[in-house]
Design a protein around this ligand. Structure first.
Ligand code: EZ4
Ligand code: CO
Length: 408
């Protein structure tokens, strides 16, 4: 079961994706997702130039050993580029192992712990009528939980609000194809004044039952986040995400002292060490990491087992920049673990789904990875070749008042 080939595939069917294709001596192929939004080619090079040559001839079955070999053996540990590359190798090896076993991956991870994964979608609108239309569309599509983001009076395009493009509505896609990032403007006081009224209106129209989520996208100070969490308590949020910049776990202590709104954090994290304080001090309720950005199935499973000891659940990242391969990895893991919380699911574009042939299903608000052996996602390389890489970047944020760079 030796690895005989390791190839990186970069494609842009509407947005950029980096994938890893591993093949064994018996012709079994495994796929990994190495996409890092706005930094795609750095991970492609890390794999092509540094990891892939060391994989040839290795035992495809030795997943834990390969993980440790790449992580400890690289000496320079952690970081989003390194951990996205390791994740791609790890997920491709799990795909191969499950194909050899002729089982869907979730069976190798312990089997199904539930019928399917409760998913939430991204409802958004510049103003309330557009937001309500978006919520209605999500409910019509079967969603049983929604994230709520709106515009802020006085500001232009802000994070999380879908912009109609080419006359066609599409889930919010923040990366813009251009040689450099676009710039957005921000005002935290205007935001804090506006958001509670939005949730009051949504609860008023849709009632108490619908799980509602919100993403603060790292923009608040601890005391601002505490105030927002407290002001949203009457609307019973499922979670408030990324309320403060994530690299400062101590900030969450202050937030936690002031509000019982559940907190989710970690989509920019890449190892269990980033979570050590947050989990051991019970400062969050949901782990937001993507399998693809946190070292793969091997590392994510250990992280979620650690979280389980503190009654902290999964809320795995599932934006469109997690490819269908990465999404399938999250679905297999989420189906198997006991402490599953919720799965983000934005749905990929039709072009993306011509390149990635998916076997997962979304029915009655629940996602299921399907029962094809392996991950259940295969890439069509001919289709991929029709969509060459296009430089694209996430926006940069500046304060509206004076142009100071702010967290985006
Ligand atoms: O901004 O995935 O909760 N979801 C998010 C995403 C992130 C993008 C960054 O690549 O915050 O929309
Ligand atoms: Co987020």
């Amino acid at each position: 079961m030796k690895i005989t080939s390791a190839e990186v595939v970069v494609t842009c069917p509407g947005r950029n994706f980096v994938s890893l294709r591993l093949e064994t001596e018996d012709g079994v192929v495994g796929w990994g997702d190495a996409t890092l939004n706005g930094r795609e080619l750095a991970v492609a090079s890390y794999l092509r130039d540094h990891l892939n040559p060391t994989l040839i001839g290795r035992d495809a079955g030795a997943i834990e050993d390969t993980w440790q070999y790449l992580y400890r053996g690289g000496y320079w540990r952690r970081g989003p580029v390194t951990m996205a590359a390791i994740a791609a190798v790890d997920v491709a090896l799990w795909d191969i192992k499950a194909k050899y076993a002729e089982m869907p991956l979730y069976q190798l991870l312990g089997g199904a712990s539930r019928r399917g994964l409760l998913a939430y979608g991204h409802a958004s609108g510049g103003e309330l009528p557009a937001l309500f239309d978006s919520i209605d569309q999500h409910l019509d599509a079967g969603y049983r939980a929604v994230r709520i983001q709106t515009g802020v009076p006085g500001l232009g395009q802000v994070y999380g609000v879908a912009a109609a493009g080419g006359g066609q509505r599409y889930d919010y896609e923040p990366a813009r194809a251009a040689a450099r990032p676009t710039e957005e403007h921000w005002d935290t006081r205007a935001y804090l004044r506006h958001v509670p009224g939005v949730f009051e209106a949504v609860r008023g129209k849709y009632g108490p039952d619908l799980p509602l989520l919100h993403d603060g996208h790292h923009r608040m100070t601890p005391v601002e986040a505490a105030r927002l969490g407290r002001s949203l308590e009457p609307y019973d949020l499922f979670w408030l995400e990324d309320c403060t910049p994530a690299e400062d776990p101590a900030a969450l202590r202050l937030v936690r002292q002031h509000t019982t709104t559940p907190l989710a954090l970690g989509e920019t994290f890449n190892t269990v060490w980033d979570y050590q304080t947050l989990i051991s001090e019970r400062l969050i309720d949901y782990v937001r990491s993507a399998v693809t950005h946190t070292g793969g199935i091997t590392a994510m499973r250990k992280l979620l087992d650690f979280a389980a000891m503190y009654q902290i659940k999964s809320g795995m990242h599932g934006p469109t920049d997690v490819s269908p391969i990465g999404m399938a990895a999250a679905l297999h893991l989420g189906l198997a673990i006991h402490n599953f919380g919720i799965q983000e699911y934005m749905r990929h574009s039709p072009d993306t789904l011509t390149v990635f042939r998916t076997g997962y299903r979304f029915e009655d608000g629940l996602l299921h990875p399907g029962d094809t052996p392996g991950l259940g996602v295969e890439m069509d390389l001919e289709a991929a070749a029709a969509f060459p890489y296009q430089a694209a970047y996430l926006p940069v944020n500046r304060l509206a008042v004076d142009g100071t760079v702010h967290d985006w």
